[in-house]
Design a protein around this ligand. Structure first.
Ligand code: 13P
Length: 287
């Protein structure tokens, strides 16, 4: 059964580890994350971006697939199904479809509009038992080949949004999605410390979890980060394993590749990566 992310993140914050949010893009990714969580007795969050939602056929399809897989594969660890970087409209759609958690990313609005929309969605999400994540200070990343530096959030604005009753808060602290550039300045721990002081026991979320060093991850967790998002690293290992399989030319004579065999190496590579991240974040045996 899907659960809200609230309890698992409060436990993580209290016990000083982080729950991984692994983004899913298809059935293989979903199965790799769920089986790895179960094998390692770790709570887990499945992240779905709006683009991935569209690709997989829609939010109802995803809810059906994830609930079915939890049942058929006997997954008993806590699993939250979470919209990643949702717009106002899509936040409402996943609440109706049966997700158990939602992120409303209002960071591109002015603070007043971010507050108004977050307030409305907090009420809607909580009414249906979902947890809700809000964002202050946009997370940078690669767009059209240009890597933007991550914004650094204003701790006073973080407090304003945290006080609206959200269950977790993503604050920009120089983190970005995708690979970090060579000259990346690193995470702004002074700002994170201030955000943590201002927002009390609010579980904080670190986006852009690909390519952050072990030391930085540990320091971020010690300062209140309780959820870390990973997508790019899974994408890299999945693509590399699939490419290798194709290059080795194991096609069936005249019939092309068996689709199940074609995607199996990527699935196994993802399982290894997800386990590595769970070890790094400290969530193993915390279910
Ligand atoms: P990466 O793509 O850098 O792993 O970040 C994922 C993320 O933050 C999704 O919200």
């Amino acid at each position: 059964m899907l659960v809200s992310a609230k309890q698992m993140l409060e436990k993580a914050r209290d016990e000083k580890y982080a729950v991984g949010q692994f983004n899913i893009n298809n059935l293989e990714w979903t199965k790799a994350v769920l089986l790895t969580a179960q094998e390692n007795n770790s709570p887990v969050i499945l992240g779905v971006s709006e683009g991935a939602g569209k690709y997989m056929g829609g939010y109802n399809t995803i809810v059906g697939m994830v609930n079915g897989m939890i049942k058929d594969q006997n997954i008993t660890v806590p699993v939250a199904l979470h919209l990643d970087h949702g717009s106002y409209e899509h936040a409402k759609k996943v609440i109706a479809a049966g997700f158990s958690s939602v992120m409303f990313d209002g960071s591109h609005y002015g603070i007043d509009e971010n507050i108004a929309k977050t307030t409305e969605l907090v009420a809607l999400a909580h009414e249906k038992g979902l947890s809700i994540e809000a964002e202050v200070g946009s997370i940078g990343g690669e767009e059209d080949g240009v890597v933007g530096t991550g914004e650094v959030a204003d701790p006073a604005e973080c407090k304003l949004i945290a006080d609206l009753g959200v269950d977790m808060l993503a604050a920009g602290i120089g983190n970005i999605h995708g690979k970090y550039p060579e000259n990346w300045a690193g995470l702004s721990f002074d700002v994170l410390k201030e955000i943590s002081a201002q927002t009390g026991s609010m579980p904080l979320v670190l986006h852009g979890g690909t390519g952050i060093s072990k030391e930085m991850i540990q320091e971020a967790i010690s300062l209140g980060v309780s959820k870390i998002n990973v997508n790019t690293e899974c994408q890299l290992v999945f693509a590399a394993a699939t490419r290798k399989y194709i290059e080795e030319g194991k096609d069936l004579s005249g019939k092309g590749f068996d689709p199940r065999k074609l995607l199996a190496p990527g699935f196994l590579a993802m399982k290894d990566t997800v386990k590595e991240k769970m070890e790094l974040f400290g969530s193993i045996n915390k279910a």
